[in-house]
Design a protein. Structure first.
Length: 260
C-alpha cells in the first residue's frame, strides 16, 4: 500500500505531519510506504537524519492555509500539497491520501476527483442523461456557499459556548441549525395558523434566525439551473455579516464573564 500524506496541512505543519509519518514508519508493519507531499526546502531538513526505503518526498511548492476558501484556493494553487496529493491518488500512484489541513479544500478536491473518474468511465449514453457535466465549474458555487454555511454554524457554536456548558451549546447550535434550514417557512407562517400572536412570533424569528436554506444551491447546480454571481455574493455577504455579529456578541459576553 502506498499512502500520500499532506506534509503542509495542519496548524503545526510540516513538523507534526513529518513526526507522525516517522512514528508510523517505526511501527512493525512493513507492508506500506509513504509519500510526503510538500515543499522540499522545508521537508528535507526535517528528514536529514532519517532514511527509509519506504519514504519518499514529492515536491509541492504551495500550501492551502486553514483560513482560505477551498474553492478559490484550489483554483489558484494548482501546485498545492492537497492538489498534488489528490492528483497522485487519482492517477493510481497512491492508494490513499491523508491530510490534516483545510478540510473544505480536501473535500472539494476529492469531489472533483470522483466526478472526473465518473466522466471518464461512464458511457456517452449514460452521461447524456445528466443535466450538467460531471466536472462542472458551477459546483464550486455550491461548495463556496457550503463553506460559508459551515463558518456560520461554527460562529453560532462559539457564541453559545461563551455562556453555556459544552453540551448545552451543542444542543442550542443543533437547534439553530435545524431551525435555520426551515427559516423560509416562518415567513408565511400566518397562512398556516390563525393566531396573530403566533404569526407575529414566527415573523420575528424569521428575521432573527439565520436563513441557512439560502446557502443550499446544490439542487440548482446538479440540475444545471443558473445561479447568478449576484446571488452568490449577496448570500456570502449575508453570511459574513451574521458571522461578524455573532463573534462580536460572543466577544462582549465573554469579556463580561466573571471567572472568580
Amino acid at each position: 500500500m502506498r499512502i500520500a500524506v499532506d506534509a503542509m496541512g495542519g496548524d503545526h505543519a510540516p513538523d507534526r505531519p513529518v513526526a507522525g509519518v516517522l512514528a508510523a514508519l517505526g511501527e512493525p508493519a512493513p507492508d506500506f510506504e509513504i509519500v510526503l507531499v510538500g515543499d522540499e526546502s522545508r521537508l528535507n531538513p526535517l528528514l536529514s537524519r532519517h532514511s527509509s526505503d519506504r519514504l519518499s518526498v514529492l515536491h509541492a511548492p504551495e500550501a492551502i492555509g486553514m483560513d482560505e476558501s477551498p474553492a478559490s484556493a484550489l483554483r489558484r494553487k494548482k501546485s498545492s500539497s492537497i492538489a498534488v496529493g489528490m492528483d497522485l491518488q487519482k492517477r493510481g500512484l497512491a492508494d490513499a491520501f491523508v491530510s490534516a489541513g483545510n478540510t473544505g479544500a480536501v473535500m472539494a478536491a476529492a469531489l472533483y476527483a470522483v466526478l472526473a473518474y465518473m466522466t471518464w468511465m461512464e458511457s456517452p449514453d449514460f452521461k447524456a442523461a445528466w443535466d450538467a457535466p460531471g466536472v462542472d465549474p458551477a459546483l464550486l458555487k455550491a461548495l463556496f456557499l457550503i463553506f460559508i454555511e459551515l463558518m456560520l454554524v461554527t460562529a453560532i457554536a462559539v457564541f453559545f459556548s461563551t455562556f453555556s456548558t459544552p453540551i448545552l451549546s451543542a444542543a442550542l447550535t443543533f437547534g439553530f441549525y435545524v431551525a435555520g434550514n426551515f427559516n423560509a417557512d416562518l415567513r408565511n407562517f400566518e397562512q398556516v395558523v390563525r393566531s396573530p400572536a403566533a404569526a407575529w412570533l414566527a415573523r420575528a424569528l424569521y428575521h432573527v434566525l439565520p436563513d441557512l436554506s439560502a446557502f443550499d444551491v446544490k439542487t440548482q447546480v446538479v440540475h444545471g439551473l443558473p445561479v447568478s454571481a449576484g446571488y452568490i455574493w449577496s448570500t456570502a455577504a449575508y453570511g459574513a455579516a451574521y458571522i461578524a455579529a455573532l463573534l462580536l456578541a460572543a466577544t462582549v459576553v465573554f469579556s463580561r464573564r466573571d471567572f472568580k
